[in-house]
Design a protein around this ligand. Structure first.
Ligand code: ARG
Length: 459
């Protein structure tokens, strides 16, 4: 295969070096963006009189044909080409001869690849965003259903205070809103056109960068050509948004794994998202949730790999940067799959409300409320805290709950206790009274749901 860069070299590339250098198996994903970018470039060259108008039109025409043929499978990618840019240009030249060779005027693969990748990722983010919104909606639906389902809330994985399952799910929707925002930011900052930076220093041809950028839907051009070809911040930003989203999904997956364990029995995952064991007939394993947790490490790897690849690079383009695509493509594919799977798992989740409630009934989750009761009767909080601590110790010794203590016993700890204590420390009361903004009461959770719904519309 003839090299586009064979210029001053005398010997052909060593065969292993050729394979090593080739990136087409990865960057083939960019074929359509490469063609669209090339069409815009041809049009700009024609408009500026850098090449004759009719030749520019012929280039654009043929590129459109190539696009169509690749789409329908009439033309297939030649894997012997070094990369997708080489393939498209060589195909064009085979068909148009000398005219085909004019496309690369005032262009370098350096600004071309930066352009293609931005175009591709800009679009990918779009689909990821809608998947992410859909998943958030699944969480919202379950939250709505379970806004009154009482469960233990934990800190340090120790039972802490009663909350509702709806409240718990809503915490994740807040994370997803931030994720959506991060992808949006990444997309906006990515929407800058590097084309026209050429190899590194700009060009002597009278190009119209603004026009070419606008015709490709960019909101701005890169204002420094060295930066235009060497900037991969947009990859890093996307990868970090992916990593944070994976971290959120991994935390929830860990909860699903815990909750579906025999020890918790809070939820049952639908059969299509679990596996059995080849030896233990009773097993139902949360493989999908485990894989989401596991694949989080892989996406972090894509981020760290890219940051590390970039950290020592002098300006401008260096071949190290060819490694960027494998990382972003892998991260995007992984994230997309995880979002789809998690979305389906949440939608089909069976919630064992009775078990959640039972769990919330032991472990003194209403101890704070008991202390607050004494505060309302006039005791300073620290004093109330001490008394309730002693009551809990007493219950632990006598194997009973706060709800089952007799009034006589209560009175031994403080004369402030009266009959109304029992309704005050009922779990339903504890939840209902936490009606502060963002709290666990049904009304608060309703407000959170309304907030997220409204944000989803805006974002
Ligand atoms: N395949 C290369 C990449 O993905 C394209 C740019 C090549 N540029 C060069 N000067 N060799 O980075």
């Amino acid at each position: 295969m003839e090299k586009l860069w064979a210029g001053a070299l005398h010997q052909p590339l060593d065969q292993i070096a050729e394979e090593f250098n080739s990136s087409i198996t990865v960057d083939c994903k960019l074929w359509e963006q490469d063609i669209l970018g090339s069409i815009a470039h041809a049009n700009m060259l024609g408009k500026q009189g850098i090449i004759p108008q009719d030749e520019a039109a012929a280039l654009a025409e043929e590129l459109k044909k190539i696009q169509k043929e690749l789409k329908t499978g009439k033309l297939s990618i030649d894997w012997k080409s070094e990369d997708i840019h080489t393939f498209v240009e060589q195909t064009l030249t085979q068909r148009l001869g000398e005219v085909g060779k004019k496309l690369h005027t005032a262009r370098s693969r350096n600004d071309q690849v930066a352009l293609d990748l931005r175009l591709y990722l800009r679009q990918e983010i779009q689909t990821l965003q809608s998947d992410l919104k859909e998943m958030t909606e699944k969480f919202l639906e379950q939250a709505q259903k379970h806004k009154g389902t009482i469960m233990p809330g934990y800190t340090h994985l120790q039972r802490a205070q009663p909350i509702t399952f709806g409240h718990h799910l809503m915490a994740y929707t807040m994370m997803f809103l931030r994720d959506i925002g991060r992808f949006q930011d990444a997309q906006e900052r990515m929407n800058v056109s590097p084309i026209g930076s050429c190899a590194l220093a700009g060009t002597t041809y009278p190009i119209d960068r603004q026009w070419e950028a606008e015709s490709l839907g960019f909101s701005e051009i890169a204002h420094n050509s060295l930066d235009g070809v060497s900037d991969r911040d947009f990859c890093v930003e996307l990868l970090s948004a992916c990593s944070i989203l994976m971290m959120h999904m991994s935390r929830f997956s860990e909860e699903l794994i815990l909750w579906s364990s025999w020890e918790f029995q809070f939820v049952t995952l639908a059969d299509p998202y679990t596996t059995g064991s080849s030896i233990m007939p009773q097993k139902k394993n949360p493989d999908m949730a485990e894989l989401i947790r596991g694949k989080t490490g892989r996406v972090y790897g894509d981020l760290i790999g890219t940051l590390t690849m970039l950290k020592g690079l002098p300006l401008a383009y260096n071949k190290d940067m060819q490694e960027d695509k494998e990382a972003v493509f892998d991260a995007l594919q992984t994230v997309k799959l995880c979002v789809q799977i998690l979305s389906a798992m949440v939608e089909t989740l069976t919630v064992k409300a009775d078990n959640m409630l039972k769990a919330a009934q032991t472990g003194f989750l209403n101890a704070t409320d008991l202390a607050d009761y004494l505060v309302k009767k006039g005791l300073p909080f620290r004093k109330a805290y001490q008394i309730v601590g002693a009551i809990v110790a007493y219950c632990l010794e006598n194997n009973c709950t706060l709800e089952s203590l007799s009034m006589e016993t209560y009175q031994q700890f403080s004369p402030l206790f009266a009959k109304d204590v029992y309704t005050e420390i009922a779990l339903a009361t504890c939840v209902a009274k936490r009606c502060s903004q963002g709290g666990t009461s049904e009304a608060s959770v309703e407000a959170q749901i309304a907030y997220v719904k409204q944000q989803l519309k805006i974002l």
